[in-house]
Design a protein around this ligand. Structure first.
Ligand code: GLN
Length: 538
């Protein structure tokens, strides 16, 4: 078995410090030195996966090729590393307990009292090592969700402690991410919260090996020394993580601070060659030096929280770089779009994207926005629910079937142009039961889609229950709403386009999940190209 090394990332002082970005940045640096790396996230909540959570609770639900509904940090891992993740990369307390309880029912612990220690901790330790045991990776980075000291994090922290003891100090290392707040009244950065947080970790038997300190101001040498002394780490293991303009700038900041070197040194791995970040830096360079600007309206109903549409926002950044434009996003709440407000909200934009979503709220506003884009030749991109809204709009306003609706919104609609998928009809449980993960799609030649992909068979990730109703396909096609991508096995419609419009595309799948720094998504790139053209002609 390959000697896989383990890096654990814990967090203290406050949530939302960006453990995912630090983990992804370290992984990027290690990958750029030729190591095979993956990242996984262990989340301390009881939901089996985040699939049933409202985006307001936990941000976007990210979907992997194998159909896992996961934490949005997995999106960062893929965007940074350009390596797909899977179900094994995201585990929650709910999944751990479910598995232990199923084992108990099968009699696997016969005669024993099943307890948090050792049964839950053993299950956690096993799952932490699943990817490591494949031999596919040199280094596994494991992000522990939550903040040390939380009741629900305890079994994870204990598992890390045991693993560190079992694997030894040269095979396992703990990075603790904390906050060094600036008190403006005192004009000072404060180390005490970090000291307390490291102490809390120590009470659980874990000595942090590396401290990554989030800060708004530079840490002085003196302050770094103080942190090292009181937190019991080597001076070079105090790493400053200062606020950056872009998450994509963080790997270079970590490189300057020597985070990768400290990690490699402790794990006794080669650290002599410099990481090869040529392509990454090329991307950063273009990101900072875009020659023009476009503004896109993101029309959704979870717009108050940026994280709800994380992958879409990032895909726009990648596609903007590819087109040498800076993409500015205007978030527009679909609930407030109606006849009176539509012009003022949309007319000035260079393109709109109608977002994915669930349920009835905000539906009519989305349909209005689609109509405006269609009638005014404004570039339009509809994703999942956004595509479904485009089909409804066309059926209502071009075919003239005014009652057209989605069965999701009106169960008894007379014109169910968006219908419940056949295999969904007998499903009663909501968790993990949608059409999920990667499915093939055959593209029609000479269409926006096939030109963008430059391919005829593609695979994209899905997350939905409802579908384009093929009973209306002939009528819609004749009226100009073309079907340009179809699942070759099931005949499900995946892509619709209007060929007489500069750029009007709706997709049933989620292209945003597959956009990475190294591989910007072709449809996003094509959309931004059209948006740029529209903005220049305006
Ligand atoms: N609510 C729609 C469905 O289930 C769309 C889902 C989505 O946008 N991800 O089909």
């Amino acid at each position: 078995m390959a000697n896989t090394k383990y890096v654990f990332v814990t967090g203290g002082v406050s949530s939302s410090l960006g453990k995912g970005i630090i983990a992804a940045s370290l992984a990027k640096l290690l990958q750029a030195r030729g190591y095979r790396v993956t990242i996984q996230k262990f989340d301390p909540y009881i939901n089996v996966d985040p699939g049933t959570l409202n985006p307001y609770e936990h941000g976007e639900c990210y979907v992997t090729d194998d159909g896992a509904e996961t934490d949005l940090d997995l999106g960062h891992y893929e965007r940074f590393l350009n390596v797909p993740t899977s179900q094994a990369n995201n585990v929650t307390t709910g999944r751990i307990y479910q598995s232990v309880i199923e084992k108990e029912r099968r009699g696997e612990f016969l005669g024993k009292t099943v307890q948090v220690v050792p049964h839950i901790t053993n299950e956690i330790k096993e799952r932490i090592q699943i990817l490591g045991k494949t031999g596919d990776y040199d280094i596994i980075i494991t992000e522990i969700g939550g903040t040390v000291g939380d009741i629900e994090s305890l079994p994870y922290i204990e598992s890390v402690r045991q693993l560190k003891w079992e694997l030894g100090d040269t095979n396992a290392l703990v990075i603790h991410l904390t906050l060094v707040p600036y008190l403006s009244a005192a004009g000072e950065l404060k180390t005490k919260p970090t000291q307390h947080s490291v102490k809390t970790l120590m009470e659980s038997g874990i000595k942090a090996d590396v401290l990554v300190c989030r800060t708004e101001h530079e840490l002085s040498q003196e302050l770094r020394r103080k942190l090292a002394l009181f937190c019991n780490v080597k001076p070079e293991a105090v790493i400053q993580s200062i606020d950056a303009n872009s998450i994509y700038a963080v790997p270079n900041l970590m490189l300057e601070e020597g985070l990768d070197k400290v990690v490699l040194k402790q794990l006794v791995l080669r650290d002599d060659d410099a990481p090869n970040l040529e392509k990454w830096n090329g991307f950063l360079n273009r990101l900072e030096n875009a020659t023009s600007k476009v503004t896109i309206g993101l029309i959704g109903k979870y717009v108050e929280l940026q994280d709800s549409y994380k992958s879409i926002l990032e895909a726009f950044i990648h596609a903007g770089v590819e087109n040498d434009v800076k993409v500015t996003i205007e978030s527009i709440h679909s609930e407030y779009i109606d006849d009176a407000t539509i012009k003022e909200k949309i007319a000035h934009l260079d393109g709109i994207l109608v977002a994915p979503g669930f349920g009835e709220r905000g539906i009519e506003g989305k349909i209005k926005a689609v109509q405006f884009a269609r009638e005014n030749n404004l570039p339009f991109f509809g994703i999942c629910l956004g595509m479904q809204m485009a089909v409804i709009e066309y059926t209502r306003n071009v075919l003239g079937l005014k009652d057209a609706c989605s069965v999701e919104v009106d169960e008894n609609t007379k014109v169910p142009v968006i219908n419940l998928m056949e295999e969904q009809k007998d499903i009663t449980e909501l968790g993990g039961t949608m059409r999920l993960g990667a499915w093939d799609c055959q593209l029609v030649e000479n269409t926006i889609a096939s030109n963008a992909y430059n391919n005829s068979l593609i695979s994209e990730r899905h997350r939905h229950r409802y579908e384009y109703n093929n009973a209306y396909k002939d009528q819609l096609e004749k009226a100009g709403l073309k079907t340009t991508g179809i699942n070759p096995k099931t005949g499900l419609v995946e892509i619709i386009e209007i060929s007489t419009h500069p750029w009007f595309v709706g997709v049933q799948y989620h292209p945003e999940y597959k956009s990475t720094v190294a591989n910007p998504h072709p449809l996003f790139v094509s959309f931004i190209k059209a948006v740029k053209k529209y903005s220049q002609q305006k």
